[in-house]
Ligand binder design. Structure first.
Ligand code: C2O
Length: 536
């Protein structure tokens, strides 16, 4: 079935939140933007018409885009941006996936307000591998700045320092009851006694991992990043920007109002933000003046609460939904990720230096021609293929690393043979401070086979990897001062971005791309670009 969304007008809209108004970039005037519904197997065509002063591009986060990298969306990676007054039709088929994902702008910091849900239902007649919920509700977590977000990051880049944090977190666009703006109650979720609801929770925030919980109610986790997991019950989930989590909630009280909270998780010593967004679970028949049952969100450094959730995740790995974990490895990669300091004579506030970020000591430089075009049309001089498989030098990454380690800069990609298998260890470094990094890989799902604190030990740690039912995702939190190991198969030809989904870290250069060669078979090569592909 072909689903055409020809309504995606990108326009400015004056929007009020937290007792203040500002013009924001929106899709169709909505914040959050419209939900895109489809079924597994559908061909989706979304025409994006740009009517704002910024260049735009839209990414379908987590959609595999098998052979259709031209529709992936990251600006200057798979396409040149859509210029003001222009349009582009994103045309892709949803193959072998169903669940909750998100779409968002993939240029500048426009993602702050240009985002929405993607709901991919199973093929007609195919049930969920859990009891059918009474209703399904999209819950989008986000952030709100009183000032213009482009001004926030431009200011930071000029000074060399970190940008301001947001003024509030939001649940479906609303901060809820916050002390400095008491007028709004926030998002309300109406429920009926005895019924079960599926919440499709999405973290669309720019820079914040979030806890999510509901007073008096357990969450049964059934899916993350549009892959089914073995169901388990828990009080609090943690969700990083770019991640999605489906939970079942049974309304097992007879009546009442129950507080829903979304609060930051940042087990980093330099994090400064601690605002909780609230919403309300409201039982039908409950009187309006009933007191809301409250709950206290975990403290922002509650690593144990986060780990309790993360370590409970397992692929469903059933007959129908097997976990196809690569058992052998062709490319064995070790990438350090972290922040560093580079000289910047013009950075006054930063005392002549600026914060940067890197992978294997390379701070990625955005090209001015899209990498995928350069690859497909053999345009030389746009990128090099010498991205290192290992960091240039080894040191103790998590205890006392060398201070002021300077990065190199370049537009480097790592080349993968089509259909080869990859093991990639992502090691956090503590050069400025250990930080959480939710790393997102475009074009693939991967299996999270191992995780640990401190330095990865290449002899001992792999013996403990889970190659049976590890969770399958597209975005994974690398623990602060630790590492994760992922495995995937390079079965998608093209150029695929990988980056930290904290937008500030991406801006600072925590990004790179994989180039996957064409396969030899008829159905293994990248398709040619559509004729309306934007030009740089
Ligand atoms: Cu959700 Cu490259 O991003």
């Amino acid at each position: 079935k072909v689903r055409k969304y020809t309504f995606n007008q990108v326009v400015m809209k004056n929007t009020t939140s937290l007792c203040s108004s500002k013009p924001i970039v929106t899709v169709n005037g909505l914040f959050p933007g419209p939900t895109l519904y489809a079924r597994e197997g559908d061909n989706v065509q979304v025409k994006v018409v740009n009517n704002v002063k910024y260049n735009v591009s839209v990414h379908w986060h987590g959609i595999r885009q098998l052979r259709t990298g031209w529709a992936d969306g990251p600006a200057y990676i798979t396409q040149c941006p859509i210029q003001t007054g222009q349009s582009y039709v994103y045309n892709f088929t949803i193959t072998g996936q169903r669940g909750t994902l998100l779409w968002h702008a993939h240029i500048l910091w426009l993602r702050a307000t240009v985002h929405g849900a993607i709901v991919v239902l199973p093929k007609r007649g195919v049930p969920y591998p859990f009891p059918k919920p009474h209703k399904e509700v999209v819950v989008i977590l986000g952030e709100w700045w009183k000032s213009d977000t482009e001004a926030v990051i431009n200011e930071a880049l000029k000074s060399g320092l970190a940008p301001n944090v947001s003024d509030a977190h939001t649940i479906n666009g609303h901060p809820g009851k916050v002390s400095n703006c008491p007028s709004r109650g926030g998002f309300t979720l109406p429920v009926e006694n005895g019924k079960t609801y599926m919440l499709r929770i999405i973290n669309a925030a720019l820079n914040e991992e979030l806890f999510f919980k509901i007073a008096g109610h357990k969450l049964t986790v059934v899916e993350v990043d549009a892959t089914y997991v073995k169901p388990f019950k828990i009080d609090t989930i943690v969700i990083a920007p770019g991640q999605t989590t489906n939970v079942l909630v049974t309304a097992d009280k007879s009546s009442g109002k129950y507080l829903v909270v979304a609060s930051p998780f940042m087990d980093s010593p330099i994090a400064v933000d601690n605002l909780t967004a609230t919403a309300t679970l409201h039982y039908s028949g409950t009187l309006a003046n009933t007191q809301t049952t409250l709950t206290i969100p975990p403290p922002k450094n509650a690593t144990a609460v986060a780990n309790n959730f993360i370590e409970s995740l397992r692929s469903l790995n059933s007959k129908k939904y097997p976990a196809r974990v690569p058992k052998t490895v062709d490319h064995n990669l070790f990438f350090t990720i972290g922040l560093g300091i580079n000289p910047c004579p013009s950075c006054k506030a930063g005392n002549g230096s600026r914060v940067v970020a890197d992978i294997n000591n390379v701070t990625f430089v955005m090209p001015t021609t899209a990498l995928l075009q350069a690859h497909f049309f053999n345009i030389s001089g746009v990128f090099t293929t010498d991205f290192p498989a290992n960091p240039p030098f080894r040191f103790n990454y998590t205890s006392t690393p060398p201070s002021n380690l300077q990065t190199t800069r370049g537009t480097k990609v790592y080349r993968l043979r089509y259909n080869s298998t990859i093991q990639l260890v992502l090691q956090d470094t503590g050069i400025i401070a250990p930080e959480n990094h939710p790393i997102h890989l475009h074009g693939f799902n991967f299996f999270a086979v191992g995780k640990g604190l401190g330095n990865f030990n290449p002899k001992k740690d792999p013996t403990k990897f889970n190659l049976v039912d590890p969770v399958e995702r597209n975005t994974i939190g690398v623990p602060s001062g630790g590492w994760v190991a992922i495995r995937f198969r390079a079965d998608n030809p093209g150029v695929w971005f990988m980056h930290c989904h904290l937008e500030v870290h991406t801006t600072w250069g925590l990004k790179m791309a994989f180039l996957v060669d064409n396969g030899k078979g008829l159905n293994e090569s990248l398709l040619p670009p559509p004729s309306d592909l934007p030009k740089c």
